[in-house]
Design a binder for this molecule. Structure first.
Ligand code: SF4
Length: 203
């Protein structure tokens, strides 16, 4: 393998196996630091700053992915992954076809127009695209925080019915210290509960 050239700014790298929130099966979720889209009402404000996490070489991230067993797929979440397009292209090309790949982007898929952007977008099996729009909060469809967003199935590799309603997941979690946190794509009523109970929102 050639020497790694790019660095990635990541808030976290997690292994998700108990929820379909970020895609089916056991998967690596890469939480990108940095987002200039800045949708009003975004629940991931802590990821907006590029320095909110740590810097890793693409090789370090690749080795982390390889060190995990039985991984089916990789999901890029944010933050805005396309703001680190070159480094992610390098990483995903290193990973090859052994994992399925899902992208969560706040841009529209039509915004990816240059040669390099098209190569990047072509690496994903499923692309969830579009900004979060507060007035369109909540969707019954999986992966969507607001109803304007779209899910583009580019390859049919991932066996998931994207048109099936009521697949959306919102998790209320009790942490070890007894505090409560919420994970996922909240609806209006969930945000009211958060406000009432002062629950911390998570990624
Ligand atoms: S694109 Fe995503 S991370 Fe960026 S502001 Fe919008 S909802 Fe938040």
């Amino acid at each position: 393998m050639s020497q790694s050239m790019n660095n990635l700014f990541l808030y976290d790298m997690t292994v998700e196996s108990t929820t379909i929130l970020y895609g089916p099966g056991k998967r690596i979720v890469l939480w990108c630091s940095g987002c200039h889209i800045r949708c009003p009402g975004c629940t991931n404000i802590h990821l907006w700053n590029k320095d909110s996490g740590k810097q890793y070489s693409t090789l370090e991230v690749y080795n982390y992915i390889l060190s995990q067993t039985n991984i089916e797929g990789i999901t890029l979440h944010g933050g805005e992954p396309s703001e680190q397009l070159e480094a992610f292209t390098e990483l995903l090309e290193m990973c090859g076809s052994r994992y399925n790949k899902i992208l969560f982007t706040g841009k529209e898929i039509e915004d990816f127009v240059t040669e390099q952007e098209k190569i990047f977008i072509g690496l994903f099996d499923i692309v969830k695209c579009g900004p979060f729009i507060q007035s369109k909060l909540g969707s019954e469809f999986i992966f969507m925080g607001s109803s304007n967003q779209r899910i583009i199935n580019q390859t049919n590799r991932i066996q998931i019915d994207l048109n099936k309603k009521e697949q959306q997941v919102t998790l209320f979690k009790i942490n070890f210290d007894g505090s409560l946190s919420l994970q996922g794509f909240p609806k209006k009523e969930h945000l009211e509960i958060i406000k009432e109970l002062d629950i911390e929102e998570e990624k």
